[in-house]
Design a binder for this molecule. Structure first.
Ligand code: SAM
Ligand code: SF4
Length: 474
């Protein structure tokens, strides 16, 4: 662990733009990098810069193919599902791309009460969700005290199901991640005590000069360095699982990918473990947000797919998150090239799951499908929808998680745990046709599973779930 590098500004703008000033690779050079990627040790920043300069469609095809192989090898056919709960859309910042910005008078504002958070949680539990992301604008009224209370409220909700035979299934949220404005280490320690999973915060742009343009002076978010070093304070507060990301569309996407690489390296160098997840939000239209209506550096669909594939092979053990900002076609494509976690049935306006009355949403969604429809389409694509929270609840987080993941050991937990949670979903929430399709998929996955010694225990657990057992995991 390199103590003196903590809290250091690890982005050298000129160096990163300099790295992008290069020719596209020859086929031989490209093959060399992709062969290295197939060894699953990741790539260095020069390799990543070289891949980012590829524009030839055959070469892009090769990068995508490599990403597909890496994804299959490490994550197999699983996809973790979650939903956000927006607890408030009041914000003291003025980010030029977001509807929640304080100068936007076109949206209705609200901060949910604890009762309302409970109702939102119940609505998501009734859809079958087990993992939620609490998220909001930055405001004095929803600081750490409020968030701790919100976390406690969400974890405490029990939305019980009565089965046809009269038995009662206890249904509750098993993992809460949070996406909140940067805070101090002592605040993180409090969130840690409340047992959050991952702390997520996007740098928006890693370019310190452009950052100023999108985050006007006089607002807390204007402080680039405070945001850049937030994960160091999270670690200091005891949170080992952190999620990073950039908002694609603000600047040159290639610079942002290099920024993500530098951030991951900084965390690895200082804390022995890179980020748990990388998110790839792409700028969407948003009411009253000038830079969302006129995107400064639009990222084409082709470039977006390429950047996801490059991140996948550069940081093979880092989960990648895609939200409902993207449409169903893009989501179904990217699960093959890198995405391992995906939101489903999401709403970005506070209270939207449980109330008729509409408050302002943060941006326009690309995927409006209900959870079961999303699940059906993933089954059709051959992916097992997973609500697994096993690693986090068994303490397999941060460096411990990576120590298991890198030699491939985590895989023996992942597929079975995915199947257990999927089976729970099918038993408790799915319509008959989805259930039949899902059960066939589980059967097929067990037949193909290479850890044969675990199969009897897996079958025993699945039988147990059929009889009413819940929250079973390795
Ligand atoms: N307010 C906190 C913050 O900014 O750190 C919490 C997260 S904010 C509610 C969630 C994220 O949404 C932002 O970090 C930003 O990257 C993203 N976002 C904002 N406006 C967006 C837009 N128009 N399209 C897509 N993503 C957007
Ligand atoms: Fe507020 Fe976050 Fe939106 Fe910026 S991105 S205006 S900080 S909610």
């Amino acid at each position: 662990m390199n103590l003196q590098d903590r809290n250091k500004v690890f982005i050298d703008r000129d160096k990163l733009y300099g790295l992008l000033d290069r020719q596209a690779p020859s086929d031989n050079e490209l093959n060399e990098i992709l062969n290295k990627a197939l060894k699953l040790h990741g790539l260095n920043i020069e390799d990543v810069a070289t891949l980012l300069c590829v524009n030839d469609s055959c070469q892009i095809e090769k990068i995508m193919h490599t990403a597909h192989l890496v994804k299959e090898e490490i994550y197999g056919k699983r996809l973790v599902l979650f939903a956000p709960i927006y607890t408030g859309n009041v914000c003291m910042n003025n980010c030029t791309y977001c509807s929640f910005r304080k100068d936007n008078h076109l949206i209705k504002r609200k901060i949910l009460t604890m009762d309302e958070i409970e109702q939102e949680t119940r609505a998501l539990l009734r859809q079958g969700h087990k993992r939620v992301l609490l998220i909001c604008g930055e405001n004095n009224k929803n600081g750490t005290d409020y968030m701790c209370q919100a976390i406690r409220t969400t974890y405490a909700v029990r939305e019980n199901l009565i089965k046809p035979n009269g038995s009662v299934i206890e249904n509750y949220i098993r993992r809460i991640n949070v996406e909140l404005a940067p805070m101090e280490a002592h605040d993180f320690a409090r969130l840690h005590e409340e047992k959050i999973g991952t702390y997520v915060c996007f740098q928006e742009t890693y370019d310190p000069i452009e950052y100023k343009r999108f985050h006007p002076a006089g607002t807390p978010k204007a402080d680039y360095e405070y945001r850049l070093t937030v994960m160091d304070r999270a670690q200091e507060g005891g949170i080992n699982d952190v999620g990073i990301g950039a908002l694609f569309g603000l600047t040159d996407y290639r610079f942002e990918v290099l920024g993500i690489m530098e951030h991951a390296k900084h965390l690895e160098d200082c804390y022995g473990c890179g980020p748990h997840t990388v998110s790839v939000p792409r700028l969407e239209p948003a009411v009253g947000a000038p830079d969302a209506q006129n995107v400064p550096h639009p990222v084409s669909d082709e470039d977006f797919k390429k950047l996801v594939a490059i991140i996948r092979i550069a940081l093979p053990y880092t989960g990648m998150i895609l939200s409902t900002r993207e449409n169903s076609d893009m989501r179904n494509t990217l699960i093959n090239y890198g995405i391992s976690q995906i939101s489903a049935g999401s709403k970005t306006n506070p209270g939207a799951y449980s109330e008729e009355e509409s408050t302002g949403s943060q941006f326009e969604l690309g995927d409006h499908r209900e959870m079961e429809e999303v699940i059906n389409s993933f089954i059709d694509e051959g992916y097992v929808p997973s609500f697994c929270t096993g690693c986090y609840r068994k303490g397999r987080v941060g460096e411990d998680f990576m120590d298991l993941a890198k030699p491939g050991l985590i895989k023996q937990y992942c597929l079975p745990n995915a199947l257990f949670t999927f089976k729970e979903y099918l038993e408790d929430f799915a319509h008959e046709d989805t259930k039949a399709k899902g059960m066939a998929m589980i059967k097929q996955m067990i037949e193909q599973y290479d850890q044969k010694q675990l199969v009897p225990k897996i079958k025993e657990n699945l039988d147990n779930i059929e009889k009413g057992g819940r929250d079973v995991y390795f």
